[in-house]
Design a protein around this ligand. Structure first.
Ligand code: HEC
Length: 154
């Protein structure tokens, strides 16, 4: 009888450990996103640590596919007519307003801000024409950035 009690006690302890392990929130260095499953199965995720930009990744994806893939790599890491876009948020120091101005009219942006980094990049990529001239809203710009970072994080 004693043996049986010990066995039951042992099993109970094991199950307890398993439950605690499963319930304990697991953290990994890789996964710095916080994924929320919203209504109707839409997924929104925010990228913690990197920025506090919030946007709609689905909208960002559509805009990116329709406007950017002609010159920028879809994996955000390879070089094409334009540079890889991963870490854009960092390079723009989370300044979504400036980033929006650059996207909505690059020549005007360069004229106004004399951004040395972009001017050098423009020379390196030998792209003399106005590289970006869109009419994105602030929401669309955020969603684009959000999507770019989301893809680059994979
Ligand atoms: C016609 C080609 C072309 C298209 C289309 C294009 N880009 Fe670019 N992009 C470039 C080139 C070339 C550069 C290099 C700098 C320059 O010439 O302004 C660049 C640079 C950039 C940079 C600066 C990278 C950095 O280090 O900060 C960002 C961000 C960017 N593009 C985002 C976009 C997004 C988002 C879209 C779509 C909405 C887009 N681009 C569409 C050609 C393009």
């Amino acid at each position: 009888m004693d043996e049986l009690l010990k066995l039951i006690y042992g099993v109970f302890i094991c199950v307890l450990f398993a439950v605690v392990y499963l319930l304990y929130p697991q953290k990994s260095n890789e996964d710095n996103r916080n994924i929320n499953y919203g209504k109707c199965g839409t997924v929104s995720y925010s990228i913690k640590h990197k920025s506090n930009v919030e946007g709609n990744p689905e909208l960002g994806k559509t805009i990116f596919k329709n406007n950017c893939t002609q010159c920028h790599a879809k994996n955000m890491k390879s070089d094409l007519t334009g540079p890889p876009l991963e870490n854009s948020i960092k390079r723009w120091k989370n300044d979504t307003i400036k980033f929006g101005k650059y996207l909505n009219n690059s020549d005007e942006y360069l004229e106004e801000f004399k951004d040395k980094r972009i001017l050098e990049m423009k020379a390196n990529y030998r792209f003399t024409a106005n590289s970006h001239k869109y009419e994105f809203t602030a929401d669309e710009v955020n969603s684009l950035l959000f999507y770019i970072e989301g893809i680059a994080a994979y």
